[in-house]
Design a protein around this ligand. Structure first.
Ligand SMILES: *[C@@H]1O[C@H](CO)[C@@H](O)[C@H](O)[C@H]1NC(C)=O
Ligand SMILES: *[C@@H]1O[C@H](CO)[C@@H](O)[C@H](O)[C@H]1NC(C)=O
Ligand SMILES: *[C@@H]1O[C@H](CO)[C@@H](O)[C@H](O)[C@H]1NC(C)=O
Ligand SMILES: *[C@@H]1O[C@H](CO)[C@@H](O)[C@H](O)[C@H]1NC(C)=O
Ligand SMILES: *[C@@H]1O[C@H](CO)[C@@H](O)[C@H](O)[C@H]1NC(C)=O
Ligand SMILES: *[C@@H]1O[C@H](CO)[C@@H](O)[C@H](O)[C@H]1NC(C)=O
Length: 380
C-alpha cells in the first residue's frame, strides 16, 4: 500500500511538473532585475558590472513574491514609481498583478477583476505617462489603470474592455509603446515594414499604418516576434526593438525619425525568449534561463551596428542556465559557448555544465501531488 502510494505520488509529481517562467526587467536606475531565475530573484546591477570580475548578482528573493510558475509571465517597469508589475506570475492566481517596489525591495499582490480580459492570452504594454496597461486580449483592447501604485491597494483594480480592435480574430498581437502610441506589428493585411497605431490620448485606432523603413529602403519582415521599448532617463519612450521569432536580427524602430536600424540578432536563437530594454541595453532571457545583452546607444547607429551580444555573467554565475531537457520549449540553437546548453553535448568543454543535470527550473507541484495522494488515501 505505501509502495503503491509512493509510486502514485511519483507519477503525479512527474505529471504535474511545471516549468517556471522567469522574467527580466530594469529598475529606474537601470539595475537589471531577474525574477524567478532558478527559483530566486536577483539584482544584477548596471551594465558596466555584468561581465563578472568576481561580481555576482545580489539575491533579492523576498517574501510575498509570486512563485513565477505561470505560463508567459511578463514584467513591466513603472518608471514614475520605480515598481515592477508582474502579470501571470503565479499559476494559482493568474489574474493577480504582483507589484515589486524596487526602492523598498518588497512585494504586494494586487487583485483585479478581469471583465472579459483573459490572463492566459494577451499582449500588453504599460503606458509610460499614465501608468495604464493596454492589452489586446480576445480581439478587444482592454485597459487597467495602475494609478501610482508601488504597493497593492486593497480594492481590486478593474480591467476595462475599451473597444474591439480592428484586427482579425486570429491576430497574435505584437505590441510596443513609443511616444504614447501603441504600435501593433505583424497585423494581417498590413504591409511589411509598417505598424498599426493606437493613439492612447485619443483612444483611437489610426486607420493608416505607419511605415518604418530601413535606411536602405528595405523593410523589416512581417512576422511574429517580440517587441520591447527602450526607456529614456526621463520622459516617454521613443524607440522600440522588434526581434522576429527566428532571431535573425534586431530591428530598432524610431518613431520620431520613422527609421529602423538593423542590429545583430541574438546569439541564442530561441523563439520563446523574452526581451526587456533599458536606456542603453537590450536584454534577452532565453527559455532555459540564459540572460544575454546587446549594448545600445540611442542616436549612434554606427556603434549599434557594430555591437555584439554578450552573456550577463554575474547572473550565469549564480543561476546557471539549465540544459534544454524538456522539448516543450522547442529547440534551442544557441551557438555561444555555455549559454545554450545541449543535452546531448559531446563536451565542448566551455560550458562547465553537466549535460545530464536535471533542469533546476522544473518545479514539481508536490503540493498538488500530496493533495491527490490524500484523496487517494481516502478512497482506499
Ligand atoms: C502562453 O502563450 C502561448 C503563446 O502565445 C499560448 O499559446 C498559450 O496558450 C499561453 N498559455 C498560458 C497559460 O498563458
Ligand atoms: C538593407 O539592409 C538589410 C539589413 O541589413 C538587408 O537585409 C537588405 O538586403 C538591404 N537591402 C538593400 C536593398 O540593400
Ligand atoms: C514620421 O511620420 C509621421 C506620420 O506620417 C509624420 O507626421 C512625421 O513628420 C514623420 N517624421 C519625420 C522625421 O519624417
Ligand atoms: C516536457 O514537459 C511537458 C509538459 O510538462 C510534458 O508533457 C512532456 O512530456 C515533457 N517532455 C519531456 C521530454 O520530458
Ligand atoms: C534549430 O535547428 C533545427 C535543426 O537545425 C531547425 O530545424 C530549427 O528550425 C532551428 N530552430 C530555430 C529556432 O532556429
Ligand atoms: C547538440 O549536440 C549534438 C552533438 O554535438 C548535435 O548533433 C546537436 O545538433 C546539438 N543540438 C543543438 C540543439 O545544438
Amino acid at each position: 500500500m505505501s509502495q503503491l502510494l509512493t509510486i502514485v505520488s511519483l507519477l503525479l509529481s512527474a505529471s504535474t511538473a511545471v516549468v517556471s517562467t522567469p522574467c527580466v526587467a530594469f529598475d529606474i536606475n537601470w539595475n537589471l532585475l531577474a525574477f524567478g531565475l532558478d527559483g530566486k530573484d536577483y539584482n544584477a546591477g548596471t551594465q558596466d558590472t555584468w561581465a563578472g570580475n568576481n561580481n555576482k548578482a545580489t539575491d533579492i528573493t523576498g517574501s510575498g513574491r509570486p512563485s513565477f510558475d505561470g505560463a508567459n509571465t511578463t514584467c513591466y517597469l513603472s518608471q514614475y514609481t520605480n515598481a515592477i508589475y508582474v502579470l501571470n506570475g503565479d499559476s494559482q492566481n493568474p489574474s493577480s498583478i504582483y507589484i515589486y517596489d524596487a526602492t523598498a525591495n518588497s512585494w504586494t499582490t494586487q487583485a483585479t477583476t478581469t471583465n472579459g480580459f483573459n490572463p492566459a492570452a494577451f499582449d500588453a504594454i504599460l503606458d509610460h505617462d499614465t501608468n495604464v496597461f493596454y492589452a489586446l486580449s480576445g480581439g478587444n483592447l482592454f485597459s487597467l489603470d495602475m494609478g501610482l501604485l508601488k504597493a497593492a491597494n486593497s480594492t481590486p483594480l478593474a480591467w476595462t474592455n475599451d473597444k474591439a480592435a480592428p484586427y482579425p480574430a486570429d491576430y497574435e498581437p505584437v505590441m510596443a509603446l513609443a511616444e504614447n502610441h501603441v504600435h501593433f506589428l505583424d497585423v494581417p493585411g498590413v504591409a511589411a515594414g509598417s505598424a498599426d497605431i493606437f493613439v492612447i490620448h485619443y483612444s483611437y485606432f489610426q486607420p493608416q499604418p505607419q511605415p518604418y523603413p530601413l535606411t536602405n529602403g528595405s523593410t523589416l519582415p512581417a512576422t511574429y516576434g517580440q517587441a520591447t521599448s527602450f526607456f529614456q532617463n526621463t520622459g516617454v519612450q521613443q524607440e522600440f526593438a522588434f526581434i522576429p521569432e527566428d532571431s535573425s536580427a534586431v530591428y530598432v524602430i524610431n518613431v520620431d525619425s520613422n527609421n529602423t536600424q538593423v542590429l545583430a540578432g541574438p546569439t541564442i536563437k530561441d523563439p520563446k525568449a523574452t526581451y526587456f530594454a533599458s536606456v542603453d541595453t537590450l536584454v534577452q532571457l532565453s527559455s532555459n534561463g540564459a540572460v544575454s545583452y546587446l549594448p545600445y546607444q540611442q542616436g549612434n547607429t554606427a556603434a549599434n551596428t557594430a555591437a555584439s551580444w554578450a552573456t550577463v555573467s554575474v547572473l550565469a554565475t549564480v543561476a546557471p542556465p539549465s540544459s534544454p531537457s524538456n522539448s516543450s520549449n522547442g529547440p534551442l540553437n544557441g551557438t555561444s559557448g555555455g549559454s545554450s546548453g545541449n543535452s546531448s553535448s559531446t563536451g565542448s568543454g566551455s560550458s562547465g555544465k553537466s549535460s545530464d543535470a536535471p533542469s533546476s527550473r522544473v518545479i514539481h507541484a508536490s503540493v498538488l501531488a500530496a493533495l491527490a495522494m490524500g484523496a487517494l488515501a481516502l478512497v482506499l
